[in-house]
Every structure is written in C-alpha cells, then in structure tokens.
Write a protein that binds this ligand. Structure first.
Ligand SMILES: Nc1ncnc2c1ncn2[C@@H]1O[C@H](COP(=O)(O)OP(=O)(O)OP(=O)(O)O)[C@@H](O)[C@H]1O
Ligand SMILES: [Mg+2]
Length: 477
C-alpha cells in the first residue's frame, strides 16, 4: 500500500541521517522500527508523515508517487504521527486542543465534535478527562488524546514514536491492546521502540536501522540476540563493578509532606543516601516521585519536613526538554548550563574554554553531533539525553539525583549510563535513582525503596528483597 523508496535525508548542517532506506507498509500490519539513538528512525517517519521532505527518494501510495508539503498533506493521505515528545498545547483542555484542528477557538467547541471524540475514546476503551488542561494530565492520558486526535483525522497509518517510554507498565499493556485493536480494523501501525520485548510482542515485522541504513528486516520469531546484534553490531560489554560500601550520609530527608490541590502527594517521606550507595526509589510513576524530586532540587517547597544535602548536587531530570536543555541554543550553551561559573573570566564567559568543554563531553560520552555549535534540537532524543547526563556527571557532585535517566536510550547507551552511574558511586557520590524500570533498579541499587501513593512503603538492602516483594509493594499489596 505504501512504499518508501531509497529515501535519503541530508540536513542543512550536513548530517547524513538516511542513506537510501526502503520500506513497505501493508494494511493491517504492525511494523516495529528499532535502532540505536540517532539511527534515523524518527527522521524516516517524519518524512512519511510530511514533516520533512526527503533529499532524494520517493513515497508511493497505492501506486502513485506523492509529495507531501507538510504534515497536513500526509494527514489527507491518512498518515498521522504521534511524536516522541507530545505536541499538545498544555494550557488548553484536551477538547480545546482537538477543536484547534478546525481553526481558531473563537466559537468554543461544538457538541457534535465532542460526541464523536467521546465515541472514539469509548471504542478504544480510553478514559480521557476532556475538560482538564493537558498540562495537568498524566503522560499516558496525553498520549491517548494524541492517538484519538490521529484517528479523528481519519488516520489509516498511525506512527507511534517511542510511545511506551513515558508510560507505566499497566499503561504499556493498554497501549499494546490498542495497537492490536487498530490492526484488527485493518490499520497500519509503525511502532518505534528501544525495547525488544515490546517489539516482539506486538510486531508482524521488525525493521532495524543503523546509522541511516536499513540493516535488517525480521519476522516476529527472531531472537532478541539477533536484534541486538543488528542494532549495535557487537555490543560492547561494560564491566558493571561495584567498589566499596556505603560511607557517610550525604542526603537526608525527614518526614516530608506536600500537597497538590488539597490532596497529599507526599505523606511523611523519610530516606537517606550515603556515599558509595545507589538508593533506588522504585514504583509506578505518579506515586509521588515527581513531588519528591521537586522538593529535593528546590523546585517545590514542602508543607512540612526537612531535606539536608551535603555538598554539590547533580540532577538528571526525567523531562530533559523542560528542565535540562534549551533546545534552540547550541550544544556549547547547553553543555555549561548551571556550571557556567566555571567558565567565567573577568566577569564574562570564556567561550573558547566553554567550546573545548562541550567538545570534550561530546567525545567522551560519544554524543552523536556535528560539534559544539549544533543546535540541541537537531540531536536525536537519545543523544540529547547523553549530553545532559554527561554535563551533570562531570560536575563532580556529592549527591546525584537521577530521575528515569535512561528513558529513551538504546540498549548500548543504557548500559553506558548505568556504568557511569556506578562510576560516580564508586568514586564516592551518593546516588538517588528514581526509576519505574525494575530491571534498572535491580541492576544498580545498593538499597531499594518502593513508593506508593506518596509513601515509602518499604526500604531494604538490595540483596535482601525479592522481585516479588518489590512488585507487590509497587501495587500497594
Ligand atoms: N533537524 C535536524 N537537523 C540536523 N540533524 C538532525 C535533525 N534531526 C535529526 N538530525 C540528525 O539525524 C540523525 C538521525 O536522528 P533521528 O532523530 O532520526 O534518530 P532516532 O533513530 O530517532 O534516534 P533516537 O532513538 O535517539 O530518538 C541524528 O544524527 C540526528 O542528530
Ligand atoms: Mg527518535
């Protein structure tokens, strides 16, 4: 039905993102798109969705060559994309966001549209608070709004760019059910992911990109090892060594309480992190982790309680776009955000040294980027994250707060960030790892706590708690 033929994409800064990729999509098919950070997955799909024009190559739909001048042309051809970073207006309600598709909001939202949207939501089994500002919605719900938007516009081909990286495990299950339902209706779904088990559970076909080229196409029975090898070549195995045991306390939290619109989001949280300790807070997202981190980094004042941090703090936030980078500034600016004082000379910034520093981070942490002058926006999602991790871990901090530090990272880069976190721990920092990824928690933690409904319900040394116990605590049992 749809063919991408020999697609090339060269960006204005010279980045050769796609080197002759061909791909076919059939009705009623789920295709998973895998590949390392920067492999070209998002770029390829943005070309199909009309966001970018290919430098060379063609798109053929039902035998006819098409040229998309923008996303709205692709919409008309039945192709819609739900982006890696969602693109709704946060101040508006879900309903207003969708009404915007019809033009300015002057006349409010018409009843007929609302009825159709509610029908659509019901048929998918989605719950959506239509009148709630999008900015206040949990990420899973925002994503559901985007999917409804795409289907409302009549999408026959739905592209989901890393749709599960923002979701909790039950939400992931819900999304996978939705994908199956869309498939049974004869729609095509392209599912970009870094998680091999997800790809295997949902896809009819798995396509692997590497450095802008298609390096493999597999059926659903391919082995995970083969996929990893196609993605990264021979994976480099880092030694994940733990050296030395916990020392003095560097972070102490006592009896924290916080409220949101009258409801408690933190209910008496106490915890401690010592040098040479990774203390992991496990739990399904939305159980108070966000409020806890906000208090620790002084973005929120607690109603009650105490936080004591000894020494320098590094912070790897879960949302790099709003908290860690300025997308429209070059990497050199982004590399020194928050550490800029190190680069001052007679009251002005020493840009020469700042550029050297940015270049060093790019090299040491293998950030795929043309150089310090590239705009942060032009980096692939995973490479943006690498730069943030690089900057924060280069601070020589005593306390590191890492909130979902490997979200959106490919298999190899995830391993690398894990090694870096262990390195700073071994060198004497205390790390508070807040993660809903249980594998990550089990691999890295010296101490594990579980958060549920604003409380820490269990804290134990990692060796003395089973996966079952953690799972139960996460579910509030
Ligand atoms: N607007 C742009 N300008 C310049 N280079 C770009 C732009 N968008 C993407 N790139 C580059 O193109 C390459 C492919 O990026 P793309 O975002 O498609 O990767 P990806 O496979 O989606 O990675 P990730 O898993 O990290 O999201 C990267 O080297 C990236 O830096
Ligand atoms: Mg991407």
């Amino acid at each position: 039905m749809i063919q991408l033929r020999e697609i090339h994409k060269v960006f204005p800064d010279g980045t050769y993102a796609l080197k002759g990729v061909s791909l076919e999509l059939k009705p009623g098919e789920v295709v998973a798109l895998l590949g390392e950070n920067g492999a070209g997955k998002t770029t390829l799909m943005k070309i199909l969705a009309g966001v970018y024009e290919p430098t060379r190559g063609e798109i053929i739909i039902e035998g006819k060559r098409v040229r998309f001048k923008g996303a709205s042309d692709a919409f008309k051809a039945g192709i819609a994309m739900v982006h890696q970073h969602l693109s709704l207006v946060e101040e508006l309600t879900a309903l207003e966001n969708l009404a915007l598709l019809k033009g300015p909001l002057l006349k409010g939202v018409d009843k007929e549209m609302r009825a159709r949207l509610e029908d659509l939501a019901r048929s998918l089994g989605f719950e959506v608070d239509w009148n709630r500002p999008v900015g206040e919605m949990p990420l899973g719900m925002r994503q559901r709004v985007e999917i409804i938007k795409a289907l409302y516009l009549g999408a026959r081909v739905l592209i989901l760019d890393e749709p599960t990286s923002l979701l909790s495990p039950p939400e992931v299950k819900g999304l996978i059910d939705t994908v199956r339902r869309l498939k049974s209706e004869g729609r095509t779904v392209v599912f970009i992911t870094h998680k091999i088990p997800e790809a295997l559970s949902v896809a009819d076909r798995i396509v692997v990109l590497r450095r802008g080229e298609k390096v493999g196409e597999f059926g659903p029975n391919v082995s995970p090892d083969m996929l990893v090898e196609a993605m990264v070549g021979k994976a480099k195995a880092w030694s994940l060594e733990r050296r030395g045991g916990p020392g003095e306390e560097v972070l102490a939290v006592k009896d924290l309480w916080a409220y949101e619109r009258g409801r408690p989001v933190l209910q008496g949280v106490s915890l401690a992190v010592r040098r040479r300790e990774i203390h992991a807070i496990a739990g399904v997202e939305g159980n108070g982790q966000e409020a806890l981190v906000d208090v620790l980094v002084s973005l929120r004042r607690p109603a009650r309680g105490e936080v004591k941090i000894s020494g320098k703090l590094a912070y790897i936030p879960d949302d790099r776009h709003t908290r860690a980078m300025v997308l429209d500034l070059p990497l050199v600016h982004n590399a020194i955000l928050g550490v800029h004082r190190r680069f001052s000379k007679a009251g002005a910034l020493d840009w020469g040294r700042a550029r050297e520093f940015a270049q060093k981070l790019i090299e040491e942490f293998s950030v795929v980027a043309p150089g310090p002058d590239a705009l942060a926006r032009s980096l692939s999602g995973g490479n943006q994250q690498k730069l943030v991790v690089a900057r924060e871990l280069s601070k020589g901090a005593d306390v590191v707060i890492a909130h979902q530090p490997t979200r959106g990272l490919d298999v190899a880069t995830t391993e690398y960030v894990h090694k870096l976190l262990l390195d700073v721990r071994n060198e004497g920092a205390g790390v508070l790892l807040v993660s809903s990824d249980l594998d990550e928690v089990l691999k890295l933690a010296d101490t594990i706590s579980v958060m549920y409904r604003g409380r820490i319900v269990i804290t134990r040394p990692a060796g003395s708690i089973s996966v079952e116990e953690i799972g139960k605590a996460m579910a509030g049992l």
